[in-house]
Design a protein around this ligand. Structure first.
Ligand code: NVA
Length: 313
């Protein structure tokens, strides 16, 4: 793997996460910058996207670069053309690839055959760009990461995995409430528990949403059926009944707790009607911050950070 691939949060250190957040704070204040003139990003997507696709495209444009979006039908990754061949061809044209794949293994294959950096724009295992943007939002709202408590309610999925790793690296306590059959993967949990030894974070898994949310600073949820799991939607709706974030559950968190969701949201399922519009909700700040964070990430990966970026730290 090239040193500048970002396939997992575990590719970063705690310092790396803090530095990206710091740079993103500066990027947000400065707006348009000519840091990536002449640079081109390929967006290789096997699944739908609104926020990630648009924020990558706008991030490149605001930094003077360009993006090319390649839809599932155009490329036929692994069907019309093999992942190794796609990686080797794109590497001859572009400076960086952001890929959204069903299988995390496809991303690993792309990264191993690409001669340019590969960024995980969501796989079945992780969504690192989402977690980094969310940590920027938490930092903005709370002024810190370490020592806070994030409660994730629902599926131990790609978003939960990346948040768990980011929290355990940065010293944020992470509690997750999931039904027994939908826990985070053991491998990710063990990695997080190792990180937590150094950072001092507490990691706690439960089946009881109220135990997770009690006294939390951040309450987070995501869809019960992720992209690619549509056929399981009914079964999952039954398994997750009782895991909805509603005002009753939220009232157990700290009085100044924030509510987060990576979107798209299914109003009335994982989140009760009206919660996204409540004063506690920061979901649209999260969506905006993905663009600022991606600017920092792309500038870091493509070596365009020529200005002193000083905020935070
Ligand atoms: N867990 C969701 C995240 C969407 C941004 C999914 O993979 O569909």
């Amino acid at each position: 793997m090239k040193s500048k691939d970002l396939l997992s949060i575990s590719d970063l250190s705690s310092e790396g996460i803090h530095s990206l957040i710091s740079d993103a704070v500066d990027m947000k204040a400065k707006g348009w910058l000519s840091l990536l003139d002449g640079k081109i990003l390929a967006l290789l997507f096997e699944k739908p996207s609104l926020r990630t696709r648009v924020s990558f495209e706008v991030a490149m444009r605001q930094l003077g670069g360009q993006a090319i979006y390649l839809s599932p039908a155009e490329v036929g990754l692994g069907e019309r053309e093999s992942a190794p061949d796609v990686a080797r061809v794109l590497s001859r044209y572009v400076d960086v690839i952001a890929a959204r794949t069903f299988s995390h293994q496809t991303l690993e294959v792309l990264a191993s055959y690409s001669s340019v950096p590969v960024i995980n724009a969501l796989s079945d295992l992780e969504h690192p760009c989402q977690a980094l943007a969310d940590f920027l939002t938490i930092y903005e709202k709370k002024g810190a990461l370490s020592g806070l408590t994030l409660a994730f309610i629902g599926d131990g999925n790609n978003v939960a995995h990346s948040l768990l790793l980011a929290a355990s690296l940065t010293g944020m306590n992470f509690r997750i409430a999931s039904p027994a059959d939908y826990r985070v993967q053991d491998r990710i949990l063990h990695l997080a528990q190792d990180y937590a030894i150094d950072s001092g974070a507490e990691v706690f898994c439960t089946e009881e949403p109220s135990s997770a949310v009690s006294g939390a600073d951040v309450v987070y949820t995501d869809v019960w059926a992720s992209m690619g799991q549509e056929a399981e939607a009914d079964k999952r709706r039954q398994a997750f009944a009782g895991y909805q974030v509603n005002s009753e559950l939220l009232s157990l968190a700290k009085e100044d707790a924030i509510f987060m969701h990576d979107l798209p949201a299914h109003h009335g399922e994982e989140v009760a009607e009206g919660i996204l519009d409540s004063p506690q909700s920061v979901v649209f700040d999260q969506a905006e911050n993905k663009m600022h964070l991606l600017k920092a990430l792309l500038a870091e990966i493509l070596g365009g950070l020529e200005i002193p970026l000083t905020a935070y730290r």
